[in-house]
Design a protein around this ligand. Structure first.
Ligand SMILES: Cc1cc2nc3c(=O)[nH]c(=O)nc-3n(C[C@H](O)[C@H](O)[C@H](O)COP(=O)(O)OP(=O)(O)OC[C@H]3O[C@@H](n4cnc5c(N)ncnc54)[C@H](O)[C@@H]3O)c2cc1C
Length: 407
C-alpha cells in the first residue's frame, strides 16, 4: 500500500486506537520489567481465554504482520501505518501475539525469495500464529564462521535426506518448522554449496535437546537431524544459492533484535525509566533530590543520552528502510549498539540493587529484583545472538564503511 501522511494517518490512528480499545482484553495489559522467555513461551503454548481471543482478533485483522500483503492474510498497511499501530499498541501495553521468528525473520525473507506456492503455503500460517518457526543456522563447528556449516542434505531422487546437528536453536523444542542452512554441494567453495531448506520439526528423525542459558531458562536447543526426509520443493531460492538468502535473513534478524532491545522487550532489561526507578529506590536521593551517588548519576545520565540517541537512530533507520526495501547491512550497527546499551542498562540496574542483586533464588528477594538479576544475565547473550558484536563490527567495517579486509 502507498505510504501517506498527515490527515489520513491521523484518521488511521483514531481508527486503530478505537479498535484496540474495543478488542484488546484489559486482563492482558503488561506490567513493567523484563519477562522470562520461558514464561512468554509458556503463555504462547498454553494461552488463557483472553490470550486466545486477542490472537484470533489480531489474526483476523492481519495485524500480527501488519505490512504483509493482504493476499497472504497480512494487514496490508504502509510502514507509517504500521508504526502508528505499534505506537498505539505500546500506549495500552498490548503486545503482538504473532511475534516470533516467523513474523520477524523467516516471513519477510520468504516474501522476497519464495515461490508463489511457498508463500501460499507458509505465510498465512505465520500471520495467523498457527505455525512457529525456528532458525537452524549455527552448528557446533559453525557460528561466526557460518559458511563452514556441515549439515548434509543429499538428493534421494524424489526427496532430500538431511543428516547433521544444529545448536543454539532458539525455540526448537516448540517449533513446527525450521528454516535451515544445509550443505547441498560438499565439493563447491564453502559459500557456494549451501542451500536454505525448510524442515518440518515433527518429521521422523528430528530430535531437540534443550540447553540451559546462564539465567536459568532453556530457550534454545541442540537439534539433531537423522535421515530426515524433506520435500524437493522445500528449498527456498536456488539450489546452492542459500548464502544470499542466509545473509538477507540475518539483516531481518539483526534489525528485529535491535528494535527489540530498543523497546526493552523480552531479551532486553527494563526501560531507561526503569533504571531510574531502581536507582532512586536503592541508591537514594541527596538533599537536593538528586541521586546520592555522583559517579553513578553521571554514568546513568550518559546511558540515558546514549539510549535516547539510539532510539532516534532506530527511528531514522526505520524511515530509511521504508524508502529502501527493508533493512540493510546498517542493521549490524543497530544490533551492535542495541546490545551494548541493553548490557549497560542491566549493569546499572544490578549495581543499583547492591546486595539485593547478589542472589539467585529465594531469600529476601522481591520478584522484580530477581527478574532484573536474571535479565542482567540474559543480556550477556545480547552480544552473541544474531551474530556476535565483533562479527557485526566486521560487517559494518566491510559492507557499510567499505574498509579494506585486513587479511
Ligand atoms: C541466546 C542465543 C540464541 C541463539 N539462537 C540461535 C538460533 O535460534 N539459531 C541459530 O542458528 N543460532 C542461534 N544462536 C547462535 C549464535 O548465532 C552464535 O552463538 C553466534 O553466531 C556466535 O557463534 P559461536 O557461538 O559459535 O561463537 P564463535 O563463532 O566460536 O565465536 C567465539 C568468539 O570469537 C569471536 N570471533 C569469531 N570470529 C571472529 C572474527 N572473524 N573476527 C572477530 N571476532 C571473531 C566472536 O565474536 C566470539 O567472541 C543463538 C545464540 C544465543 C546466545
Amino acid at each position: 500500500m502507498a505510504d501517506f501522511g498527515g490527515g489520513e494517518l491521523d484518521a488511521f490512528r483514531a481508527g486503530a486506537r478505537a479498535w484496540l480499545e474495543e478488542n484488546y482484553p484489559t486482563s492482558l495489559r503488561r506490567g513493567a520489567g523484563p519477562g522470562s522467555e520461558e514464561a512468554a513461551m509458556t503463555a504462547m503454548l498454553n494461552p488463557n481465554e483472553d490470550q486466545k481471543l486477542w490472537k484470533a482478533r489480531m489474526a483476523e485483522k492481519g495485524w500480527g504482520a501488519p505490512t504483509w500483503p493482504k493476499q497472504y492474510g497480512g494487514g496490508g498497511l504502509s510502514q507509517s501505518e504500521a508504526r502508528v499501530l505499534q505506537q498505539e499498541m505500546e500506549r495500552i501495553g498490548a503486545s503482538n501475539p504473532m511475534m516470533g521468528m516467523g513474523t520477524s525473520m523467516f516471513g519477510p525473507t520468504l516474501l522476497e525469495y519464495g515461490t508463489e506456492a511457498q508463500k501460499q503455503r507458509h505465510i498465512p500460517n505465520i500471520v495467523s500464529g498457527e505455525v512457529r518457526w525456528c532458525q537452524g543456522y549455527s552448528e557446533p563447528g559453525a557460528g561466526s564462521d557460518l559458511a563452514g556449516l556441515q549439515t548434509k542434505c543429499e538428493d534421494a531422487g524424489d526427496h532430500w535426506v538431511v543428516n547433521g546437528q544444529k545448536i543454539w536453536t532458539s525455540g526448537a523444542q516448540y517449533a513446527d518448522w525450521c528454516f535451515c542452512l544445509v550443505r547441498t554441494d560438499p565439493a563447491a567453495k564453502k559459500h557456494e554449496g549451501i542451500s536454505c531448506l525448510l524442515i518440518n520439526m515433527k518429521d521422523p528423525g528430528v530430535e531437540t535437546r534443550p540447553i540451559r542459558l546462564i539465567n536459568g531458562d532453556s530457550p534454545f536447543c541442540e537439534t539433531f537431524f537423522t535421515d530426515v526426509k524433506a520435500r524437493k520443493d522445500d528449498i527456498v531460492g536456488p539450489l546452492n544459492g542459500g548464502w544470499t538468502i542466509a545473509k538477507r535473513l540475518l539483516q531481518f534478524e539483526r534489525d528485529a533484535i535491535a528494535t527489540g532491545l530498543g523497546g526493552g522487550t523480552l531479551t532486553g532489561p527494563a526501560s531507561a525509566t526503569g533504571v531510574v526507578d531502581y536507582a532512586r529506590r536503592y541508591i537514594g536521593l541527596d538533599d537536593q533530590g538528586r541521586l546520592a551517588d555522583v559517579d553513578y548519576r553521571s554514568r546513568l545520565v550518559q546511558h540515558r543520552m546514549e539510549n535516547q540517541a539510539f532510539q532516534m537512530t532506530l527511528q531514522r533507520a526505520a524511515d530509511e528502510a521504508k524508502a529502501n526495501q527493508g533493512p540493510s547491512n546498517a542493521a549490524a550497527i543497530m544490533k551492535y549498539a542495541g546490545a551494548k546499551i541493553a548490557q549497560d542498562r542491566a549493569e546499572l540496574i544490578v549495581e543499583a540493587l547492591g546486595n539485593q542483586g547478589l542472589g539467585w533464588e529465594g531469600g529476601g528477594f522481591e520478584g522484580q529484583e530477581l527478574a532484573q538479576v536474571r535479565g542482567w544475565l540474559r543480556t550477556k547473550a545480547n552480544s552473541i545472538e544474531g551474530g556476535s558484536s565483533e562479527i557485526n563490527l566486521n560487517v559494518v567495517s566491510k559492507r557499510v564503511l567499505g574498509l579494506p579486509d585486513p587479511k
